[in-house]
Design a protein around this ligand. Structure first.
Ligand code: PAF
Length: 278
């Protein structure tokens, strides 16, 4: 059974009764099989798994985007119970950001390009809320999906820079059978957009195939992704990137590891995906 807590006081009391080591799966709810895989990864390593469910207002660029974010508390709690999470923490905004809140994490260059450029302030919001969640739960490990590769890089950088006593665990992207990565935003795709969306993963696979055949020019890999996306009229690419996976700086040549990533709009829905080389 998953215990449900909301306030900081309830969280503190529940945490005191849990065995160690603790794993934290930070989420914004609307949980799906991708989140289930993070809970399972924690359950393999940790004595108890805490799932935080908090739609963090400070990482949204517009009130509309925040209001449209899917919410399903009953479904979330059912998934937490089915996966054997010990604790689900569903704080109100005032439990995360206490009255008079005024301290934030300032993120560096790793947060500037790609998602950071498209969504100003997003990663400062993410880093700050993750620091608060880690500080309140004090887990031994925290689990993040590799689908949000830049978020993972920002959180890893913050953890190292601030000396936070937690191991950050990146977990593989979970995909639908047609390659579309699972995301809480997928439910907002119209049927025709949903049918078109796997082009995003096909674009990444086209670049990976070129790389496997020996292509090392990052520009040629970007061009292969752009050309694949151009074949799908509903896909509106926002960026196509071949970058260093630690710094997120664009590469000229792929001689070692690289992160291939892209953001593509389908109508009102913006999807991101990535594949890593090396
Ligand atoms: O990836 C998410 O769901 C969110 O960005 C996170 C890490 C829970 C912070 O709000």
């Amino acid at each position: 059974m998953t215990q449900v807590v909301r306030t900081r006081a309830e969280l503190r009391a529940a945490l005191a009764a849990l065995p160690r080591p603790l794993g934290l799966v930070p989420t914004m709810g609307a949980l799906h099989a991708g989140h289930a895989s993070l809970i399972r990864a924690s359950r393999e390593r940790d004595a108890a798994t805490v799932v935080s469910i908090f739609v963090n207002p400070t990482q949204f660029g517009s009130p509309d985007d925040l209001a449209r974010y899917p919410r399903d508390e009953a479904g979330d709690l059912a998934l937490c119970a089915a996966e054997g999470a010990a604790l689900a923490w569903l704080p109100a905004p005032a439990d995360v950001y206490p009255p008079g809140f005024q301290t934030s994490v300032q993120v560096g260059p790793v947060a500037a390009p790609l998602e950071g450029a498209a969504r100003p302030g997003h990663f400062a919001g993410v880093a700050t809320v993750v620091a608060i969640l880690l500080g309140l739960v004090l887990p031994a490990r925290a689990y993040f999906g590799r689908k949000d590769a830049q978020q993972l890089a920002v959180v890893e950088r913050m953890t190292l820079d601030l000396g936070l006593p937690v191991e950050i665990v990146g977990c593989p992207t979970v995909r639908a059978a047609d390659g579309l990565p699972l995301s809480s935003r997928n439910v907002r795709l119209a049927p025709a957009e949903r049918a078109a969306a796997p082009v995003v993963h096909r674009a990444l696979m086209a670049a990976l195939a070129l790389h496997a055949r020996g292509e090392r020019s990052a520009e040629t890999l970007r061009a292969a992704m752009t050309a694949t996306l151009a074949g799908e009229p509903l896909a509106e690419p926002e960026y196509v990137s071949v970058a260093d996976p630690l710094t997120m700086a664009e590469l000229e040549r792929v001689e070692g590891s690289a992160l291939l990533s892209l953001a593509v709009r389908f109508g009102a829905v913006r999807l991101i995906d990535n594949e890593r080389i090396g």
